[in-house]
Write a protein that binds this ligand. Structure first.
Ligand code: NAD
Length: 334
């Protein structure tokens, strides 16, 4: 198949493109390079050559419907995987319109192009942020459970979910998969790709920067949560496992109309466990200080992943050790 990937120059998109190339799909990437990288495109182009498949890149912003439709007119793709978005939760609180514009309005532009050019397979990157701070009785989070986004970022993604479902409802041929990612981390196991995002501030990135001496120390924000070691718990998923969920989603759409699926390990790791693992794999007992809780940090966010496993046959392969090892290898490389 020929698949159009928006945001393919970014972190998760590039890992998915690589697996699509492994499966001999031709790829069309649309990206404005706002947070993605030309060097990632170059790496993927070289990789496509080794696989003897085609990869085309268009530097196009999704707000530019005219240029976007020109890509659809020229490339005649069979499906779209839509990663392109703004993704910084704190920025979305300061600048909500940026998020409703880039994430929601631009998704509408993309859906219009799909309908106009008869592209009927659509896979969308949603997020665990749609769940917000769930009461313990709703954890692990299930796809049909309550959703309460706590930021314009999460809300912009939830709007998109509804818009995609409404489009599918009135267009019988249009099929979709909405994947709600938990925390995507790690780097490709063969070392080809990883996260180059400027100013990433998630826990694993900070631990990497600390162990490599870019930071003198790191902080644990609160050790008085109601968890076994007192620190917050999150569900981390290796980016290659997340990528394979997209490959499964494409096959799923051959026989099914669509659905919403969590992508996580159904297993949380505490902040302390992540830091301890990073210390172990880097063989460095770097300095960690305890500070008070940050406002708005939920105690635990963990997925229930039984739906994607039972309906798509997806199986994650990796664990926290591989996550930390691959992330460390990539951070050393860049
Ligand atoms: N990283 C995570 O842990 C995580 C968790 C949940 C959901 N997601 C979702 O996954 C998707 C990919 O995230 P990522 O971590 O790879 O982020 P990223 O910033 O690395 O990738 C986003 C890509 O989209 C491109 N882009 C942004 N706006 C665009 C526009 N208007 N037109 C064209 N291209 C545009 C950027 O240049 C970039 O290459 C996003 O939709 C994000 O909301 C990510």
């Amino acid at each position: 198949m020929k698949i159009l990937v928006t945001g393919g120059a970014g972190y998760i998109g590039s890992h998915v493109v690589k697996q699509l190339l492994d499966k001999k799909n031709d790829i069309v990437i649309v990206d404005n390079l706002s947070t993605g990288f030309q060097k990632t495109i170059n790496t993927l182009k070289k990789y496509a050559l080794t696989k003897k498949v085609k990869l085309s890149f268009y530097k196009v912003d999704l707000s530019d419907s005219k240029k976007l439709e020109a890509v659809f007119a020229k490339e005649k793709v069979a499906g779209v995987i839509h990663f392109a978005a703004s993704i910084v939760v704190s920025e979305s609180v300061r600048d909500p319109l940026k998020y409703y514009e880039n994430n929601t309005s631009n998704t509408i532009n993309l859906l219009k192009a799909c309908l106009k050019y008869n592209v009927n397979k659509f896979i969308f990157s949603s997020t665990a942020a749609v769940y917000g701070d769930l009461e313990p009785r709703y954890l692990p989070a299930k796809e049909d459970g309550p959703v309460h986004p706590m930021s314009p970022y999460g809300q912009s993604k939830l709007f998109n979910e509804k818009i995609i479902q409404d489009v599918a409802f009135v267009n019988p041929k249009f099929k979709y998969v909405i994947l709600r990612y938990f925390n995507a981390v790690g780097a490709s196991v063969d070392g080809l790709l990883g996260q180059s995002t400027a100013n990433a501030t998630h826990l694993i990135k900070i631990a990497l920067e600390t162990t490599l001496g870019k930071r003198k120390k790191m902080f644990i924000n609160g050790t008085d949560y109601n968890t076994p070691d007192g620190t917050c718990i999150r569900d981390y998923i290796h980016v290659d496992d997340l990528a394979s969920a997209h490959i499964k989603s494409l096959s799923y759409l051959n026989k099914n109309k669509g659905g919403v699926f969590n992508c996580g390990y159904s297993k949380g790791f505490s902040v302390r466990e992540v830091i301890d693992m990073m210390k172990k794999v880097s063989d460095n007992d770097f300095k960690v200080e305890i500070t008070k809780r940050r406002e708005g940090d939920p105690t635990a966010v963990v997925s229930n992943n039984t739906k994607i496993i039972s309906e798509m046959g997806w199986q994650p392969k990796y664990d926290l050790k591989i996550i930390c090892e691959t992330a460390l290898a990539w951070e050393r490389k860049i």
